[in-house]
Design a protein around this ligand. Structure first.
Ligand code: HEC
Ligand code: HEC
Ligand code: HEC
Length: 141
C-alpha cells in the first residue's frame, strides 16, 4: 500500500488554517458589518451625519444673484462656484448671521477671488488625456 500519511498531514494543516480563519473572521468583524452586504452599515450613517462643506451653487445664488446670472451665461456655467472659490462653508455660515457667525470671524469667512494663471491652469493645463476641443494651454507664462 502507498504511504498516504503526508497527504493527511497537509490536508489537516489546510483545514486547521480554514477553521482558525473563520473563527478569527467572526471576532474581528466590526459591528454592523454584513448587515445589508459586504460593508459596514454604520459607515453610511456616519457619512450622512457629516456637515456639508462644499456649498451648492443655489446657496451662492441666494446672496450673489447677479454673479449667479452671469455665471450661467459664462463658459464656466458647468463649473460650480466652489471649484474656483473654495469650499465656502465658513463663508456661508458667517454671512448667514447664525449663532456661529461671531465664532468664525470675518477673516476666516473671506473667500479667495484673485486667480493666478497657475490656478486657471489647474483645469486648463495641456494634457493628452483632455478632449482636443477643451480650452487648454501648456505654458505658465
Ligand atoms: C472659473 C472660476 C470661477 C468660477 C466658476 C466662479 N468664479 Fe467668482 N470669481 C472668479 C475670479 C477669477 C474672480 C475675480 C475677478 C476679478 O477680480 O476681476 C471672481 C470674483 C467673484 C466675486 C467677487 C466680485 C467682486 O466684485 O469683488 C464673487 C462674489 C464671486 N466671484 C462669486 C461667484 C459665484 C457666486 C460663483 C458661482 C455662481 C462664481 N463666483 C463662480 C472665478 C470664478
Ligand atoms: C448669506 C449670504 C451669502 C452667501 C450664501 C454667499 N455669500 Fe459670498 N459674500 C457675501 C457677502 C455679504 C460678501 C461681501 C463681503 C465683504 O465685502 O466684506 C460676499 C463676498 C464674496 C466674495 C468676495 C471675497 C470675500 O470673501 O469677501 C466671493 C468670492 C464670494 N462671496 C463667493 C461666494 C460663493 C462661491 C458662495 C457660495 C458657496 C457664496 N459667496 C455664498 C454673502 C454671501
Ligand atoms: C475647476 C476647473 C476650472 C478652472 C479653475 C478654470 N476653468 Fe476655465 N473652463 C473650465 C471648463 C469645464 C470650461 C468649459 C470647457 C468646454 O465647455 O469645453 C472652461 C472654459 C473656459 C474658457 C472658454 C473656452 C471656450 O472654448 O470658449 C476660457 C477662456 C476659460 N475657461 C478661462 C479660464 C480662466 C482665465 C480661468 C482662471 C481664472 C479658468 N478658466 C479657470 C474649467 C475651469
Amino acid at each position: 500500500m502507498k504511504d498516504t500519511s503526508h497527504i493527511i498531514t497537509i490536508f489537516s494543516i489546510v483545514i486547521a488554517f480554514l477553521i482558525v480563519g473563520f473563527i478569527v473572521d467572526r471576532f474581528l468583524q466590526p459591528e454592523s458589518f454584513d448587515k445589508y452586504g459586504h460593508y459596514r452599515w454604520n459607515a453610511v450613517n456616519e457619512i450622512l451625519s457629516q456637515k456639508v462643506v462644499n456649498q451648492n451653487i443655489k446657496t451662492c445664488a441666494k446672496c450673489h444673484d447677479n454673479i449667479y446670472q452671469l455665471h450661467q451665461k459664462d463658459a464656466h456655467y458647468n463649473v460650480p462656484c466652489v471649484d474656483c472659490h473654495g469650499a465656502a462653508n465658513l463663508h456661508v455660515a458667517f454671512h448667514s448671521g447664525g449663532k456661529d457667525s461671531a465664532k468664525i470671524g470675518k477673516l476666516k469667512a473671506v473667500l479667495k477671488k484673485e486667480y493666478t494663471l497657475e490656478g486657471c491652469l489647474f483645469c486648463h493645463r495641456k494634457l493628452k488625456a483632455k478632449p482636443s476641443d477643451f480650452a487648454h494651454k501648456s505654458k505658465t507664462k
